[in-house]
Design a protein around this ligand. Sequence first.
Ligand code: APR
Length: 229
Amino acid sequence: MKHITVLTGAGISAESGISTFRDSNGLWENHEVMDVASPEGWRKDSDLVLNFYNQRRRQLKEVFPNKGHMALVELEKKYKVHVVTQNVDNLHEQAGSSHIVHLHGELNKVRSTLDPSLVYDWTEDLNKGDFCDKGSQLRPHIVWFGEEVPLLEEAAHLTAKAEVVIIIGTSMNVYPAASLVAYAKPEAKIFYIDPNPNISYELAGLKNLEIIKEKGSVGVPRIVADLLS
Ligand code: APR
């Protein structure tokens, strides 16, 4: 079975009603990104950060996967598919994808501020005084700016072994996620589906790159149908 690795960003969830980042002037739901997505922001105002992610977590209960997420599940009929997502939502899970790597963490998980290996499933609000098993405050299980990306090596390995790489809905602005495509085999076919694609340094040199300037709900089902036919 051939391997397909799919690299998704905020754009694939846009049509489910979740805002992207860079379409809203660098603000994330009206907040400066560094206030809500950095260790400095957490130290400065952890109530704001907890509340911010509580709102995002609540939103997950109201959103559904769209045709883009759903089409990726169909690919599993014929290919070994791995989804590497920068998204912290659970829409690939809701759609039914089998193998998902969350490069930037997950809203529905929290972890200890003392011992990062203590990770818990968490679907409700997270508050001050919610402690890990070792008695320290829990924080969102999100990779913030300036923090290590623990699953990067796995994502690079998955990209390197794919015959086909499909990039969907990402501005290719945030590293190291944007550099993953550089691990693709020289002969791998690369699709980039985005209504406003950004031909980054990594993409510019690729000879097998096909750009599909469409929304995810249109471009993804089309490429999936081609790959299945
Ligand atoms: N279908 C597909 N793509 C879309 C759609 C759509 N309907 N609507 C918008 N897009 C595209 C935009 O053209 C843009 O290229 O989605 C991309 C969104 O880019 P960003 O907002 O920069 O999101 P992303 O690339 O995922 O950001 C990366 O930045 O703030 C951090 O950690 C956060 O994971 C996030 C990372």
